[in-house]
Design a protein around this ligand. Sequence first.
Ligand SMILES: Nc1ncnc2c1ncn2[C@@H]1O[C@H](COP(=O)(O)OP(=O)(O)OP(=O)(O)O)[C@@H](O)[C@H]1O
Length: 329
Amino acid sequence: MDTGGAQRSADPAVQVTDLVKRYPGRPVNAVDGISFAVERGEVFGLLGPNGAGKTTTIGVLTTRVLPTSGAASVAGVDVAADPVTARSRLSVVPQRPNLDRALTARQNLVFHAAYHGVGRAERNRRADALLEQLGLGGRGGDKVDDYSGGMAQRLLIARALMHAPQVVFLDEPSTGLDPQARLFVWDRVRELRDGGITVLLTTHDMDEAATLSDRVGIMDSGRLLALDTPAALTRSLPGSATLDIDVERAPEDSDEAVLAALAPLVERVEQVADGSGLRARLYLSGDAAALVGPVSEALNGRRARLTGVRIGEPSLEDVFLSLTGRELR
Ligand SMILES: Nc1ncnc2c1ncn2[C@@H]1O[C@H](COP(=O)(O)OP(=O)(O)OP(=O)(O)O)[C@@H](O)[C@H]1O
């Protein structure tokens, strides 16, 4: 009996321990001591704004970036100690398409599989099956140069599957895609999971993170601030409804004093720092619309004016806001 295999199957698909990456000449760490594990068969989302360190984390896990310290393994293989074996078990769908534009779509797939040692008959079979599965059947003979952005993204996913990886990394899978192409990519990600493949994706889109991921890690400035299921993350916030307000306050008043006047009306007040006047998100339980009158009155009492309102429900965006005091984008 292969007990080694049995033991390996209990390992997480991805294990990151105290990972640090500092690029040469940089004053701060791009990844600043993060630890997390992704279970086999899970879709795990790393959510954070530009520069949070998501791509660097994926870079380490896919053997493209050398870690400064800490450890990372994929499918039970230490990526720094044995990058060749790690690469045979993982695949990456990069942020910027790196397809060979001089080749046809099918050649891109077949050459990739040949590089990974997949036999001729098998790579031809897989290429045809994947082109069909990704909605590119009949377009395999086209030059990649003739592909739209959405088609190129699908071809990148097909290519990533050509050597039958255990773990697939998708870096910002739907950035720049139109809504229809985005939904298509989302369906393909679900299919990967249904096929038993572990998926780690990065995104700065909270909808994408919440819709696709079994669990989400929220990253900012190289650190992992929170990690849980999307539902548990939003449940951790106070209140079940949100009211976004735009306020024009009296010049002699302060943002803090105006918001303090609203605090007794709601469960929590969070200023939204986006550089365009005084904006805040109020978290409350119950009917947000019924609160517009009292909020307006309280503002009038300070010679401030309510100039805009928006009602919503707490989302991962709110989790990020409550963790950092900033909006995700
Ligand atoms: N090759 C590099 N050399 C130096 N600094 C880098 C390099 N790559 C990334 N950085 C810096 O490391 C930090 C993290 O960048 P990273 O690309 O990992 O973030 P991200 O969360 O993936 O953001 P994005 O969505 O913009 O890719 C940023 O400050 C970035 O400027």
